[in-house]
Design a protein around this ligand. Structure first.
Ligand code: COD
Ligand code: ZN
Length: 370
């Protein structure tokens, strides 16, 4: 089926409903588009946020944005990939022409659907039809399906030897955390770091801090069961805020004789964002927000915290420009510069997608195999 219609994927019709496995028509790729056979996809917290309604997207929709697959066919004018290439779809594309792509400092291509949430291809249409109804795309990727269509700017060609059921994590969770340390914070050798939240993304921040040569990496979580893996991946200290009767930012400031060089919030809560900011060094500390902020919540803080010299930053997809960086990250994985196995607790056949989400909600991180 080179240019015909492909089928079968999991559609979410409404908020708070399970996915239904449906026959879906996946139209051939148009000009500058690529149709991909998905081989493995991770399940990420942001997918769950759409199911619960915390992240508002148009329905019906095909979710999923952390995946790896093989190019099945390409539309006219596509030059960077060809059928048979192994690829990772990019929820932050790299068009190479917008102001952010052209800046050496930016990575948030204006063509990402993160801010707009239109649920459509860049040309304003959809490639998915189910029971005669148009089905929306998610973040320009939609990977909970055997076949998807993405724009050429939203796909990176990777090493043909890469194991797809592992490197799919480079499509979101791993790169988001790892890049927050290496790209956004630019952690230096000998520095002290604090990482709030030890899910898959927080553990990837720890790996980034370690690769950067941090001397001390303090892991913070209210679930002490997360500490063993954090230590295995490079944390030097692990602390549970529940074990102290004073605020955790004070504990960290005392532990480090005045505050950490770099702190990371990898939970997505305003109280921990403020705590992570307050625990970094008053004069030159840098705090990075990695967790997706809860909708419609604001932070109130003492501006003196900034006045004395601290910096507060955010990071999407670890600051990486995807088309350039993802192939290199896959190469680094192949050279064993970092590991991905400890981030994956289970691998399931993709038709068990609803079970995967039940387990995600108990803190597990899944990869679905096609
Ligand atoms: N204090 C300390 N730790 C806490 C607290 C608290 N008050 N509350 C929860 N935690 C811990 C939990 O015990 C858990 O271990 C951890 O925080 C969160 O882990 P997970 O498994 O829920 O989350 P992850 O690692 O999968 O990360 C998801 C984020 C929360 C970071 C989420 O915001 C995200 O996926 N961000 C990616 C950012 C992004 O770019 N998204 C765009 C497209 S995905
Ligand atoms: Zn994600």
């Amino acid at each position: 089926a080179t240019m015909g219609t492909e089928r079968s994927l999991s559609v979410l019709w409404e908020v708070n409903k399970p996915f239904s496995i449906e026959e879906v028509e996946v139209a051939p790729p148009k000009e500058h588009e690529v149709r991909i056979k998905i081989m493995a996809t991770g399940i990420c917290r942001s997918d769950d946020h759409v199911i619960t309604g915390a992240l508002v997207e148009p329905f019906p929709i095909i979710l999923g944005h952390e995946a790896a697959g093989v190019v099945e066919s390409v539309g006219q004018g596509v030059t960077s990939v060809k059928p048979g290439d192994k690829v990772v779809p990019l929820f932050v594309p790299q068009c190479g022409e917008c102001k952010n792509c052209l800046s050496s400092k930016g990575n948030l291509c204006i063509n990402t659907d993160l801010g707009t949430r239109r649920g459509l291809m860049p040309d304003g249409t959809t490639r998915f039809t189910c029971k005669g109804k148009a089905v929306h795309h998610f973040l320009g990727t939609s990977t909970f399906t055997e076949y998807t269509v993405v724009h050429e700017s939203a796909v990176a060609k990777i090493d043909s030897a890469a194991p797809l059921e592992k490197v799919c994590l480079i499509g979101c969770g791993f790169s988001t955390g790892y890049g927050a340390a290496l790209q956004t914070a630019k952690v230096e050798p000998g520095s002290t770091c604090a990482v709030f939240g030890l899910g898959g993304v927080g553990l990837s921040v720890i790996m980034g801090c370690k690769v950067a040569g941090a001397a001390r990496i303090i892991a913070v979580d209210i679930n002490s069961n997360k500490f063993a893996k954090a230590k295995e991946l490079g944390a030097t200290d692990c602390i549970n805020p529940k074990d102290f009767d004073k605020p955790i930012h004070e504990v960290l400031t005392e532990m480090t004789g005045g505050g950490v060089d770099y702190s990371f919030e990898v939970i997505g809560r305003t109280d921990t964002m403020t705590a992570a900011f307050a625990c970094c060094h008053y004069n030159y500390g840098v705090s990075v927000i990695v967790g997706v902020p809860p909708a419609a919540q604001n932070i109130t803080f003492d501006p003196m915290l900034l006045f004395t010299g601290r910096s507060w930053k955010g990071s999407v997809f670890g600051g990486w420009k995807g088309k350039d960086a993802v192939p290199k990250l896959v190469d680094d994985y192949m050279k064993k510069k970092f590991v991905l196995d400890p981030l994956i607790t289970h691998t399931l056949p993709w038709t068990k997608i609803n079970e995967g989400f039940d387990l995600l909600r108990t803190g597990k991180r899944f990869v679905l195999r096609f």
